[in-house]
Ligand binder design. Sequence first.
Ligand code: FMN
Length: 317
Amino acid sequence: MNITQLKIGHIMPKVPIIQGGMGVGISLSGLASAVANAGGIGIISGTGITIDEMRSHIRKAKECIKDSGYIGVNVLFAMNDFAEKMKAAIEERVDFIISGAGISRDMYAWGREAGIPVISIVSSAKLAKLSERLGASAVVVEGHEAGGHLGTERPLFDILPEVVSAVKIPVIAAGGIMTGEDLARALSIGASGVQMGTRFVASEECDAPLSFKEKYIHCGQEDIILVKTTVGLQGRAIKNQFTELISDDKKVKIKKCMDCLKNCSYRFCTLDSLLTSMNGDCENGLVFAGARVHEIKEILPVKTIINNIMREFEACM
Ligand SMILES: Cc1cc2nc3c(=O)[nH]c(=O)nc-3n(C[C@H](O)[C@H](O)[C@H](O)COP(=O)(O)O)c2cc1C
């Protein structure tokens, strides 16, 4: 199998690997620029930071990128500041915008007017088709193995062939991608690339604190659970005191509501719980992670992670 060039608009990375946007401070300029410099595509998450912080991370990432690396911004439709964040990212002239947790007709029109590709994260062929019809430049299809909030109970490799045959735009496979073999399997089914989150969290350059990364490398398979967050979706996380606290239906006192979500159950504060772990307290906050997090044994430089995957990929060709 020859590796075909991943191409989304003007974006043509050296390796077909996108680092998934990870909210509330996990993928900022540090991680995104390291991935871009290693030949992949980096994503800054706009979730859980202010618009000014997002602008400053975009500028910082652009300054750090050496050759022709690519940087995008992840914005979540479910958040109240979705439109403002998307417009600010367009003003900062990012290479692309990737939107999760819902889609709107407007977002594709804004991207089209600015000449900036808009990519949608989907979990079904139906949503992939709708995104293509509305103007998406590519879709990321995310299976149940992914970290963070989940849009489906179906495994990636069940949904991927359906999405590939439903659309003509590039399809990026996400959820449980860890190795070069996984990359080869996704490409052989017709994906144009992969998006990875969990593996990049346990990297030297990831913007998360060391305690968060250590939670990853010390995690066993029995420590991974699904929790229902106030967004109304399931999320995959690593067990700790916080997941124990929310394991029944009781309400957890919300210190200060920022009114961040379009629809919130108000049972606890998802944003605050993610900020707590991001600030280093990985027992009393939510630690999102993918289904294969227990396979990660080391915190490595991003370049090593990408080189290992590409070496494994070539070996299994
Ligand atoms: C800690 C963490 C936080 C995440 N936050 C977001 C987010 O804010 N927005 C989003 O669209 N996806 C988010 N994701 C999903 C990733 O972007 C990516 O698609 C997914 O993790 C891929 O699966 P993998 O982790 O098995 O590689 C998150 C994933 C993780 C592990």
